[in-house]
Design a protein around this ligand. Structure first.
Ligand code: BMA
Length: 380
């Protein structure tokens, strides 16, 4: 009898351990409890739901700037998005505003507001070229080499990381807890337009840069409220994805960005392209037990009145995408002489269709996500 009881206990213990061995896990062993909760909640929610996100949503929109409580998405649906995207480009210069003119002090307030609403926060970083002083789009060769250990600009890069750490440390909830951030540095690595992209940076250099960055923020600056989002542009194969992948211990989310281009890309072509990338990500995310996301997308000025239900929803169909984020609503852009926005607003051509998209039970907005209490741990 005693042996049988021991046997039963042993079996349960074994099953429990095996299950734990295979459970999804945040990459930072010291991650704060809200950060672990966010990771676990997004991981499980993604099986049936996708958070809708918008870049710079609270700061400005088409034909308005900095109006308290305003948001193009909210004006249309009555709700904010479920995830807010922000960019800290130019923080490294010590500037007061980011590369698109958003004051960092306001950005911190918006992030805190978003967190208090129970929504998720993601941050990208269009940092300047540390070698030349140019923009992120200055693809001078060997820029990455210059900031790696031993490089002429390494110390400058470390100083920049100190500024990032100070900003991240300023994000605090009501009880003094750090606000978890889905941090997406060095995005679109498989593109060819940033100084860290694959055309000007080898896989080894990229991985070293990523690992240095994460380890510095995690171990030297003791930031334990960041989830790291690895992000590609176009991906041709799982091998292509893997080439630049810096390692499971420094990545929590795997994601890609892709946009529909006017006028030479029709609906079917875009759906096919975006799905082909997600098809590559999907088995990798499953195998690694990482969260999967569609970190940036959109169709500039949304010329297709059914873009949301006839293009974006079919792209997502069948994939456990935790969030999909559309880029910023700048409005009229002097430099290009055209409208630059990706989210709808009242009266916009796709507004009606967006409301349909909003009502789709799979797509989550502010109120849905608040109910999920993503920063509270749950027994899985
Ligand atoms: C790009 C455009 C730019 C902007 C940059 C960073 O896609 O929106 O105008 O400066 O993102 O937000």
């Amino acid at each position: 009898m005693k042996n049988r009881i021991v046997g039963v206990f042993f079996t349960f213990f074994l099953l429990f351990s095996i299950d734990n061995l295979h459970a999804q896990k945040v990459s930072d062993p010291l991650a704060s409890k809200e950060t672990v909760a966010l990771f676990n909640n997004l991981y499980s929610l993604s099986k049936h739901s996708t958070l809708f996100g918008h870049q710079d949503d609270m700061a400005y929109g088409v034909k308005w700037r900095y109006k308290e409580g305003k948001s193009d998405i909210k004006s249309l649906t009555g709700e904010y998005p479920a995830i807010f995207g922000w960019d800290i480009g130019h923080l490294e210069l010590g500037n007061e505003v980011n590369l698109d003119g958003v004051p960092f002090s306001k950005m911190q307030e918006y992030i805190i507001d978003g967190y208090n609403r129970g929504t998720a926060i993601t941050i990208s970083w269009h940092l300047r070229n540390p070698l030349t002083g140019g923009t992120s789009w200055d693809t001078t060769k060997n820029t990455v080499t210059s900031i790696l250990k031993g490089g002429s600009k390494h110390q400058l890069y470390v100083d920049w990381l100190d500024k990032v750490a100070a900003f991240m440390n300023g994000l605090k909830g009501k009880n003094g807890e750090a606000i978890p951030v889905l941090f997406r540095p060095f995005h679109e690595v498989t593109g060819h337009w940033f100084w860290w992209c694959e055309n000007v940076c080898s896989p080894e250099e990229f991985k070293e840069l990523w690992r240095f960055t994460v380890n510095y923020l995690r171990n030297e600056k003791s930031l334990h409220h960041l989830l790291y989002v690895y992000n590609t542009a176009e991906i041709k194969s799982s091998h292509h994805f893997d080439q630049f992948y810096p390692g499971d211990d420094v990545v929590d989310v795997i994601s890609m960005d892709t946009y529909q281009h006017y006028p030479n890309e029709d609906r079917d072509a875009f759906i096919k392209k975006a799905r082909s990338f997600l098809e590559i990500l999907h088995p990798i995310a499953l195998e690694k037990k990482k969260i999967m996301a569609f970190a940036e997308t959109g169709y500039e000025a949304i010329p297709d009145k059914q873009w949301w239900t006839k293009t974006l929803l079919p792209v997502l169909e069948g994939f456990p995408v935790a969030w999909v984020l559309v880029w910023r609503n700048h409005g009229f852009m002097e430099s290009t002489n055209k409208m630059h926005y990706y989210g709808p607003y009242p009266g916009q051509k796709s507004a009606r269709d967006f409301k349909k998209f909003y009502r789709n039970p799979r797509i989550l907005f502010e109120k849905d996500i608040r109910k999920q209490h993503i920063y509270n741990s749950v027994e899985k």
